[in-house]
Design a protein around this ligand. Structure first.
Ligand code: K2U
Ligand code: NI
Length: 186
């Protein structure tokens, strides 16, 4: 299982690389990585496992964050109590279209690879249409909004060597973002 010691931190060069596309069929190692990424974020949302293994909660994790520069990430978001969580592995993901409207988390963003608070609004597209492959090589398309859309963009940034604070205007971190609807994180 992935533990915090397996997650590389800002300053590590892999976090600034453009990750490589994956070819199919996946190798056994790549398939295990997909399972391990998803397993980490599911584990990290269980208070007891967090306590036992010293995990930082997350809703997404990208392969470059465990020092594997491949275009793979996992998301697991329990959007509403009792509703089926949004849970998937995205391989060679792409945003195929997006809204003009932007959004941002009022609380700002964090990152499992960043051991400090970086305050400021991170502009994201409010709605995105994405496509990716699952571990069996089957292509899928999804439309995302709200926190899933933000998380997808945060993880896709990791595959392109971008950190969330690259999007923050250092001179005015809380400036009003035009065409943007803020999102409360529950
Ligand atoms: O990539 C990562 O480091 C995991 C990030 C993903 C993320 C950050 C900001 C906004 C959306 C996704 C975080 O650790 S996940 C922590 C978190 C949990 C719930 C809501 C927002 C962020
Ligand atoms: Ni991150």
């Amino acid at each position: 299982m992935i533990l915090m010691d397996d997650i590389i931190r800002e300053g590590h060069p892999t976090l600034r690389k453009i990750a490589e596309e994956v070819t199919f069929p996946l190798t056994d190692d790549e398939r295990k990585l997909c399972n391990d990424l998803l397993e980490y974020i599911i584990n990290s949302q269980d208070d007891e496992l967090c306590e036992r293994y010293g995990l930082r909660p997350g809703i997404g994790l990208a392969a470059p964050q465990v020092n594997v520069s491949k275009r793979i990430f996992a998301l697991h978001i329990e959007e509403e109590e009792g509703k089926k969580p949004l849970s998937f592995v995205a391989i060679n993901p792409k945003i195929v279209s997006h809204s003009v409207e932007k959004t941002y988390l009022i609380s700002g963003e964090g990152c499992l690879s960043v051991d400090r608070d970086v305050d400021g609004f991170v502009p994201r597209y409010a709605r995105i249409t994405v496509k990716a492959f699952d571990p069996d090589g089957k292509e899928y398309k999804m439309r995302l909004k709200g926190l899933p859309a933000i998380a997808f963009q945060h993880e896709l940034d990791h595959l392109n060597g971008i950190m969330f604070y690259d999007h923050i205007d250092v001179n005015a971190p809380f400036k009003v973002i035009p065409d943007a609807t803020p999102l409360e994180r529950d």
